[in-house]
Design a protein around this ligand. Structure first.
Ligand SMILES: NC(=O)c1ccc[n+]([C@@H]2O[C@H](COP(=O)([O-])OP(=O)(O)OC[C@H]3O[C@@H](n4cnc5c(N)ncnc54)[C@H](O)[C@@H]3O)[C@@H](O)[C@H]2O)c1
Length: 316
């Protein structure tokens, strides 16, 4: 783990009760910082934040201009992670627009007004659509295949525009399929790792959408948190966009087999129709930029990450 020091600093974490956000909240506190969590608890829950962690919680929305302004005034940094996720956004693109785009604009306006030292914005590798070359570098053209990827890219574009126009200190990170502890399998919107674990644990026959040959670059949450906070603190990261992933491509069927093996299960998965959101065939992101500029690289491979995730799941 990277040494991070937030001594004397206050960090606003929007979406700080969510899967990745709660991990960020805990890391900020462990690194001597003060955390303020703004979350409307739409998919997040305060149970995600380990008991004994000292933080301030504000229930509310990033779409609330006054509230965002009031909070930005109090902090040194903002980790802007609140978002409607891809499943919700596909069902309700207008709500996605209001939260993911409108909320990001509110954060940037407030950060600019109150001279926040840095905003880190959590974007998504979904902005690449189906890439031409793997691993995907940050200069690959963007291709938005879902309302969610439109809104995540719009947020990034606003960050870039604010940096260029007003000099607002922002950094965007493009996450690739984060998994790990606190990705609640009870949450219907959670990622595939948690879903497989839960179905296997319940002795259900897990289903795979499509042919299972589609690939993703699975990133362990502690690594993603490290990269995000390094990007928040590093002067070199100002105005930049970095991929956060591993560069390793894993087929969904292989992921399933790894999890089943670790859990000692031999259920054959059933293949069902692909969903409207399953339109990206392959993904692995290049991490050369963040590795060379910020000296960040993932520490946890997929086998180890899955083992840790299972340990967490079994401890619930
Ligand atoms: N998990 C991944 O694989 C992944 C991949 C790419 C990008 N991201 C991005 O990372 C961030 C965190 O994702 P996550 O996986 O932890 O999702 P999550 O759904 O667990 O967390 C999002 C949090 O934001 C909160 N939220 C939603 N709307 C809000 C609003 N209007 N105001 C305040 N809070 C609100 C939710 O309640 C939740 O706690 C998001 O911005 C997401 O787009 C995640």
């Amino acid at each position: 783990m990277t040494d991070l020091d937030f001594q004397g600093k206050k960090v606003l974490i929007t979406g700080g009760a969510g899967f990745v956000g709660s991990n960020v909240t805990e890391r900020v506190v462990k690194s001597n910082g003060k955390a303020i969590v703004l979350d409307d608890l739409f998919t997040g829950t305060l149970d995600n934040i380990t008991k004994g962690t000292e933080y301030e919680f504000v229930e509310g929305s990033v779409a609330d201009v006054e509230l965002v302004n009031k909070l930005a005034k109090k902090v040194d940094y903002i980790a802007h992670m609140a978002a409607r996720n891809i499943i919700i956004s596909t069902k309700n693109p207008r709500n996605d627009y209001e939260v993911n785009i409108g909320g990001t604009l509110n954060i940037l306006l407030a950060a600019n007004e109150h001279k926040v030292e840095r905003v880190v914005y959590t974007s998504s590798a979904s902005v690449y659509g189906n890439p031409r070359i793997l691993p995907i570098t940050e200069d690959e053209r963007t291709l938005t295949f879902s309302p969610y990827s439109v809104s995540k890219l719009a947020g990034e574009n606003y960050c870039h525009a604010f940096y260029e126009t007003y000099g607002t200190p922002v950094t965007s990170v493009r996450y690739s399929n984060i998994y790990g502890p606190k990705q609640d399998p009870k949450n219907p919107y959670c990622g595939v790792v948690s879903k497989f674990i839960e179905m296997l644990d319940n002795n259900e026959r897990p289903y795979l959408h499509g042919d299972g040959q589609q690939t993703r670059d699975f990133t362990y949450v502690d690594d993603a948190v490290d990269g995000t906070l390094l990007a928040l603190l590093s002067p070199k990261a100002e105005g930049q966009v970095y991929n956060i992933g591993t560069g390793v491509e894993t087929k969904i069927v292989e992921l399933y087999q790894m999890i089943a093996e670790l859990m000692g299960k031999d259920a054959k998965p059933k293949y069902i129709d692909r969903r409207d959101i399953d339109n990206i065939r392959r993904r692995a992101v290049s991490i050369e930029l963040i590795r060379t500029r910020l000296r960040w690289q993932p520490q946890i491979g997929i086998q180890q990450g899955l083992k840790r995730t299972l340990e967490w799941y079994n401890s619930l």
